[in-house]
Design a protein around this ligand. Structure first.
Ligand SMILES: C[S@@+](CC[C@H](N)C(=O)[O-])C[C@H]1O[C@@H](n2cnc3c(N)ncnc32)[C@H](O)[C@@H]1O
Length: 276
């Protein structure tokens, strides 16, 4: 495969202007040479693969303050929807590791992305998941991330916590706290339910969440609860805080039927210095 990466803006991310970011997002949307899987192999949701990748590049930089030199961990990288735009943003000093229990997604990324962008690596984690890896041998709640302490600057979980049970969220919060450097970032998308229940403004039928037993999680799918998970507002932030993070106020998404630039809610958290 030929590498035809775009020329990137030369400025450091801390000084990337809105104009430059929009230019890059537009270029990502339109560059047909950025690796993309065949539509029938995309298992990570509806919508245009490149357009959603470009949109999230914008959110990662604007809200998460992702910088081009960061060492990035993409938990639940799927079939490279975020990795693809990041190939155009991260520089030679950066690194990227994508982890996922879905073998096909990892195999495609290893074949289509790594040979062109060698600093982008992908690794299968054999965590069991009813939808994505039913035969998996590991329990997510016992997972140890295959990374050293303080070896990551930026961790993202896009549309992943929306498929995880509470005990796995707790494990990931602890593990992310271990592998992130002090000041490092967690960028997470999620659905959060206010204390008075699912907002009346919701019109998306997938978001008719019902509480699971008497725990903090809700599901939009009675047939396979992990297909669409939401959490009580504040619960995710509380787990992150216990693990040593400071959270910015949650950015509410348009799934509620209200105006927002993103569909799911977004939580950005920074690793405090010192132990949790
Ligand atoms: C909706 S997809 C999102 C994929 C990707 N983040 C994106 O936005 O394109 C959810 C992903 O979470 C992954 N996943 C499920 N359980 C996981 C776990 N315990 N750890 C990491 N990833 C998990 C699934 O395999 C799937 O690829």
């Amino acid at each position: 495969m030929t590498s035809l990466a775009l020329d990137r803006p030369q400025t450091a991310a801390s000084t990337v202007t809105t104009e430059q970011l929009h230019w890059l997002m537009d270029a990502v949307r339109r560059n047909r040479f950025i690796p993309a899987p065949e539509p029938e192999n995309i298992f990570v949701g509806d919508g245009d693969f490149r357009a959603i990748g470009a949109e999230f590049l914008g959110h990662l930089v604007r809200f998460g303050k992702l910088q081009p030199h960061h060492r990035v961990l993409d938990v639940g990288c799927g079939i490279g929807r975020l990795a693809a735009p990041l190939t155009q943003y991260l520089d030679d000093g950066a690194s990227y590791l994508g982890l996922d229990p879905a073998r096909d997604g990892i195999a495609w990324c290893q074949k289509a992305i790594t040979p062109v962008y060698p600093s982008f690596r992908f690794r299968h984690i054999d965590v069991a998941h009813t939808l994505y890896n039913p035969q998996g041998l590991l329990r997510g709640a016992s997972l140890v991330l295959p990374l050293g302490d303080r070896s990551v600057d930026f961790a993202l979980l896009v549309s992943v916590v929306t498929h995880l049970p509470p005990d796995e969220v707790i494990t990931y919060s602890r593990e992310l706290s271990r592998v992130l450097t002090p000041g490092g970032t967690v960028f997470m998308t999620c659905f959060t339910i206010p204390s008075d229940g699912v907002p009346k403004t919701v019109t998306d039928p997938r978001c008719n969440f019902l509480r699971i037993d008497d725990g903090p999680s809700w599901t939009g799918r009675q047939d396979d609860p992990l297909g669409m998970i939401a959490y009580d507002e504040g619960w995710l932030e509380a787990r992150l805080a216990e693990a040593g993070f400071e959270c910015e106020p949650c950015r509410r998404g348009s799934w509620r039927g209200t105006e927002a630039a993103h569909y799911q809610d977004i939580i950005v958290a920074r690793r405090r210095s010192g132990r949790a």
